[in-house]
Design a protein around this ligand. Structure first.
Ligand code: S3P
Length: 427
């Protein structure tokens, strides 16, 4: 177990790397594979803590999974009606995606299940999924404010048409997955477009999902067949190397096989708007998802304002973007990002407090932050708050700090990126 890590100022990063498989797509490949007919073979699966929690949950419901712990797994689908009541509480660890998406599937099951997680997950809002699932007819019980542990007794569900209060792929996917168990059509309407991996993958398995503007409709009781899925590299993991290449002097890095789904690739748009030298080559499609190789090199950034739909497309990368903005010419303003407050930690408060410790000038807003450019990050001691994305963003900050940076509590990196430190050293 790695408790703390010290990063020294670095220039001249060079390398040709492949980030691990996409976390969101890995989760979905197991979940949908588990309720499809036949075997789903998954390559480049992300064997991080979060996705392993998803596998364990389905094993507890009688689904056989071969190759656990490797990046090539096989899920033996139980079909829409083949899951068994779990004999124990399902522990989702730190993974909000596991808890919220699996809840949708459990709402369709005529049995009793209880879901829990670590202290971070037990303090995150679950009313956002409990409310629509109750409207569909499932019984969902949680602690005050519908926090986990959650108990779900599902069964026969009604079709609903539901407008979500926030743009969230986890809420949308929860409802669409529950909709698979409904006789009829289930509709979700979002205020802005969130990542669409669930829609793409459901179609790949043979389900019918209709997308029109911000509305998604799924037809219930589809015939879904297992097949081979190759998971693209995770753009959220690639992001740290992209930022490192842009920020460290004399650097040039190639990051291969990165998923560039437009609902996920907001960071590329944002960094390019700030003047980063990033190019995309070798465009292709892998299991219904667009993929490319990214070339990034040292660049002088300029400050910019970010808000609206772009925020949703780069939500997990905002702590990193804020860190990069400290090196820009001029001020950067990030708004409409209040969702960051209910992630693995409050990522607005954590980004502001940790970057300040390293010497940044940064102001906290209710729904974002204002970052003064041109700050020299002196470095020093900082803390991940148990949040993998904070830990990795601070690691990149360490590379551009004046005197090196020690990050405490970095074991959490394993939730999404087990080989992160080795890949960083390889540059
Ligand atoms: C995810 C959706 C996002 C993202 C999370 C993964 C997903 O959460 O922050 O890391 O796989 O659906 P929200 O849907 O809550 O925005």
């Amino acid at each position: 177990m790695i408790e703390k890590m010290t990063l020294q100022p670095t220039t001249g990063l060079r390398g040709d790397i492949r980030p691990p498989g996409d976390k969101s797509i890995s989760h979905r490949s197991v979940m949908i594979g588990a309720i499809a007919e036949g075997v789903t073979e998954i390559d480049n699966f992300l064997s991080g803590e979060d996705c392993l929690a998803t596998i364990r949950a389905f094993e507890n419901m009688g689904v056989r999974v071969d190759g656990i712990g490797t990046s090539s797994i096989r899920v033996h689908g139980a079909g829409l009606d083949g899951l068994q009541e779990p004999g124990d509480v399902l522990d989702m660890g730190n993974s909000g995606t596991s808890m919220r998406l699996i809840s949708g599937i459990l709402a369709g099951q005529p049995f009793y299940s209880v879901l829990t997680g670590d202290s971070s997950l037990r303090s995150r809002p679950m009313n956002r999924i409990a409310e629509p699932l109750r409207l569909m007819g499932a019984q969902v019980y949680g602690r005050k404010g519908d926090m986990a542990p959650l108990t779900i007794v599902g069964g026969s569900l009604n079709p609903i048409s539901y407008k979500t209060h926030v743009a969230s792929a986890q809420i949308k996917s929860c409802i669409l997955l529950a909709g698979l168990f409904v006789d009829g059509e289930t509709t979700v309407i979002e205020p802005a477009e969130s990542r669409d991996h669930t829609e793409r993958m459901l179609r790949g398995f043979g389900a019918e999902v209709i997308s029109q503007d911000l509305e998604r409709k799924v037809k219930g009781r589809p015939k879904m067949s297992g097949h081979k899925i190759t998971v693209p590299g995770d753009i959220s993991s690639a992001a740290y190397f992209l930022a490192a290449a842009v920020l460290c002097r004399d650097s040039e890095v190639v990051i291969r096989n990165v998923g560039i789904n437009p609902t996920r690739a907001g960071l590329l748009e944002a960094l390019k708007a700030m003047g980063a030298q990033i190019s995309l080559e070798n465009y292709r499609e892998e299991s219904g998802e667009p993929v490319a190789d990214l070339y990034a090199s040292s660049s002088q950034l300029k400050g910019a304002d970010f808000s609206g739909g772009l925020i949703v497309r780069m939500l997990d990368e905002i702590p990193l973007l804020a860190m990069a903005s400290t090196q820009a010419d001029g001020e950067t303003k990030i708004r409409d990002a209040a969702e960051l407050r209910v992630k693995e930690t409050d990522r607005i408060a954590a980004t502001v407090s940790e970057l300040r410790k390293l010497g940044a000038q940064i102001e906290e807003l209710d729904d974002g932050m204002i970052i003064a450019g041109g700050s020299k990050l002196e470095g020093g001691e900082c803390e991940s708050h148990g949040d993998h994305r904070m830990a990795m963003s601070l690691a990149v900050a360490g590379l551009i700090s004046g005197e090196g940076t020690t990050i405490h509590n970095v074991t959490c990196v394993n939730t999404s990126f087990p080989g992160f430190w080795e890949m960083l050293s390889s540059l």
